[in-house]
Structures are given as C-alpha cells and as structure tokens.
Design a protein around this ligand. Structure first.
Ligand SMILES: [Zn+2]
Length: 228
C-alpha cells in the first residue's frame, strides 16, 4: 500500500476532526480504479501491487535524461486525463509520489537545488483554471524537501503539441518559454517536472532556456511516458 504522508505529529484535535469529517463527506479515491480508499492512502492496495516497480528512462530533446514513473497505457492514461482535464487535484499527491520515486531511482546520487515545472501560458491558465504541472511539481518539491521555483514562463502561444506531427513539434516550441529571473537559475541544479513526455521537445526546449539562463544542470522527471 502507498500511504499518504499526513503530518499527524502536528495535527490538533480540531484539524483531525476536520480531516476525518472530510474523509466521510468526500472520501479519497484511488486515482487509477476510483475505489474508495482510507484517508491515509494515496493508491488502493490492488493498484499499488499492479504498478510498475521500475523507473522508465527517456531522453528529452538535446539528450537530457528524463525519468518516468508510468507507461502511458490506458490504465494509467485515464487517471492522468481525469487529473488534468477533470481537475482532480487530489490525485496530485499520488502522481508526485510515483514521479519522485522514479526520479530517485534514476537520479538517486544527484544533487538538486530546486524543482521547477513546464509552465502554461497566461491564456491557458485563464481558460483551464488548473495548472496541473505546477501542482504536481509543488507536491514533488514537498516530497524532496526542495524549494519550488517559478523559473520559466510561457510568453508565447503555440499550437498544442499533440495536434502536430512529430516533425513539426520541435519548431512549435522554439522560443515560447523564457526565464522569469536569472538569479533563480544561476549556478543551480534543477529537477524539471511535467506530467508526460512524448517526443521530449517541450522538455528539451525548457531545459535549453534554463541552461541559457545560467542553470548548471537540469534533469527531467515526469509521471508518464509514451513508449517509443
Ligand atoms: Zn486502485
């Protein structure tokens, strides 16, 4: 079973009552099979047993190493779509746990100074009202006990990568991201988080911009990967 890291040491009687009441009124559900789970769990026992125990390894564009927790197969893609488009924010902890577990398997000996995410454009934020990669990255930062930094912004609109042919994707992401503040990046080793890697062009472009902004080292960690 994968347990929810609730900080019960610092829980008051009132906050415990609030948590227990919320668990009854809005029970936690397993992100993958939607079964009701107790409040201290992130994923049900059956799905936990079925989850891959390995980390997947990909390269983002530019040859940047990227860890991934899950293959983008139907049983996991459904959960990711419910998180992203159904705004199931309570799934973020489970996805962060799996993402961090895979990153630790692949980059265990590596030092990171901070966690960042692949940002959405302002228009996309206004439209969706749910910044899935940012929420995921913040949960990953909590689990890694690292600061989350808003290192990048998406300052230009582009077409959705999934609507384009592979050959068009590299050009589509060129120049759409920029550094927010060079002092956040200079000399830093960053773990860059996103929900999924497909061609790796988006992550690769973000890494390129971060490095031009002064980052010493960038590695990528995602929840899902398409299998290529
Ligand atoms: Zn389940």
């Amino acid at each position: 079973m994968i347990k929810r890291p609730v900080d019960k040491m610092h829980e008051t009687a009132f906050s415990k009552l609030k948590r227990k009441t919320a668990e009854i009124v809005f029970p936690s559900r397993c992100p993958f099979c939607k079964a009701v789970i107790s409040g201290d769990k992130l994923i049900c026992d059956t799905c936990t047993k079925a989850l891959p125990q390995i980390a997947y390894f990909r390269f983002a564009a530019g040859g940047i190493p990227c860890s991934a927790a899950l293959p983008y197969f139907e049983e996991y893609a459904g959960a990711m779509k419910r998180y992203k488009f159904g705004k199931k924010s309570d799934y973020a902890r489970a996805f962060a746990f799996l993402t961090v577990r895979a990153a630790r398997l692949k980059f265990g000996d590596q030092h990171f100074d901070a966690v960042a995410c692949v940002p959405m454009s302002e228009r996309a934020k206004r439209k969706r009202h749910f910044e899935h990669a940012e929420i995921l990255a913040k949960k990953c930062a909590e689990l890694l006990d690292l600061p989350y930094i808003e290192a990048l912004e998406k300052h230009k609109e582009n077409k959705s990568q999934h609507t384009l042919r592979r050959s068009e994707r590299e050009r589509n992401v060129k120049g759409v991201y920029r550094i927010t503040d060079k002092s956040l990046c200079r000399g830093k080793s960053i773990l860059l988080i996103d929900d999924i890697i497909t061609t790796g062009n988006t992550l690769g472009e973000c890494v390129r911009v971060l490095k031009r902004g002064g980052c010493k080292c960038v590695r990528c960690a995602v929840t899902c990967t398409t299998i290529v």
